[in-house]
Design a protein. Structure first.
Length: 83
């Protein structure tokens, strides 16, 4: 862990990159964050050469939600076919 900001905003993440400096930001090799689209955009712009690792918790949460939605739709479709 290198840095933690107080609020989950684009401005907060940009503050990190200003603090860290342009040269070091461009030299980053790895960055880990959640899947929040504004974070993805800022990181792609400020540390384009870094491998962006998305945290497992958020990926699994999105996957679980998608599976639940598909299962619910399949159940509805199955009931309609039986009726």
């Amino acid at each position: 862990m290198l840095w933690i900001g107080e609020k989950r905003t684009v401005k907060t993440l940009l503050r990190f990159f200003r603090w860290f400096g342009l040269e070091r930001s461009l030299a980053l090799e790895f960055i880990c964050s959640d899947i929040w689209k504004p974070y993805l955009k800022v990181i792609a712009k400020k540390a384009a050469g870094a491998l962006h690792i998305l945290d497992r918790f958020h990926i699994m949460a999105h996957l679980g939600k998608a599976i639940d939605e598909v299962c619910a739709q399949e159940a509805k479709d199955s009931k309609k076919r039986k009726a």
